[in-house]
Design a protein around this ligand. Sequence first.
Ligand code: SAH
Ligand code: SF4
Length: 384
Amino acid sequence: MTANLLDFDLEGLAAFCETLGEKRFRATQLFRWIHQRGASDFEQMTDLAKSLRSKLQGAARVQGLSVLTQQESADGTIKWLFDVGGGNAVEAVFIPEDDRGTLCVSSQAGCAVGCRFCSTGHQGFARNLTTGEIVAQLWFAEHFLRGHLQTSERVISNVVMMGMGEPLQNYGALVPALRTMLDDHGYGLSRRRVTVSTSGVVPMMDRLAQDCPVALAVSLHAPNDALRDGLVPLNRKYPIAELLDACNRYLLRAPRDFITFEYCMLDGVNDQPAHAEQLIALVRQHAGVGVSCKLNLIPFNPFPASGLTRSPHTRVMAFAKKLIDAGIVTTVRKTRGDDIDAACGQLAGDVQDRTRVGERIAQRRTIALTPVHDTAPTSKERTQ
Ligand code: SAH
Ligand code: SF4
């Protein structure tokens, strides 16, 4: 089996080039062809020596993911469902805004954490994605969008690891993927614009701070352990006090001077005034110093199996007001791509679901897979 070059960060690619008897700097050229120009065919890489190109033909490939479906929302949000084999699929979502383009990326097929309010969690865990499968979501989306929008400029400025899966339970594959996103010869994204979102895998938060500090979002969802135990089962292993200690350690090396706490607003569960008061006390007084943070309130995206409903808008706003009055920077997440089920926690791409997705797509606007400029993945790769 040949090596998939999407599996390597630049350091890994340099080591691979050495095994082919090539100088390390050749890896930089190769890396730029792949990530900056979207090339997958070694013959296109005309500034590489013919001898290297033929070695690569024999030993390597650049293999993206096949696109099963692509849906575009009326608000410009685009969702892709990618086949990862074995009957599993994962999703990525592009969210355009005036001043940025954000790609929401998946790290696992399914998720083992099993949060009560999350449809990925309800599916259970299928498998970890490889580095190449994580990077392929960005590689495909970036080069597809450049073709789609007819630009040679970078389209995706931000990546959030908020798709399917718990990124810190797939740490080994995550870190090289993050490095490729950050690398100036890769996607050149700023550390502040790459966000890992975690349900609170404390030891891996410490490792991330050392290995690859990027912006961090922590899915808090509850202001006390009794409530969080029932919503995020991982809390039984790493309760809130330990999680917040880990946040403060992370902040010592983080590219931003705050942690984003995500808080999904569940009707009658965690949205009462008393919960807001507990939350304020927690983030201000934890360990006597508090945690430097921003709160992001997420309107719950309901799905039947959860048995939960979305908090009414007035309650979300009242909750936000309490936090703001206490001096805590608070935002309420806009729901984007609602009409294509592209919002948080609705990403559910397993086989059973695919039939459902298929039915939904039939009723909604599906855009054709238009060919991209010649350096992007071939249409065969995209639709296989
Ligand atoms: N596993 C990671 C990242 C993926 S989930 C984590 O939990 O942080 C990304 C975000 O979507 C998390 O904050 C998660 O709590 C939230 N989320 C999950 N299901 C949701 C739903 N049904 N409605 C709203 N937000 C949801
Ligand atoms: Fe997994 Fe995150 Fe969903 Fe929880 S919210 S089940 S950690 S993907």
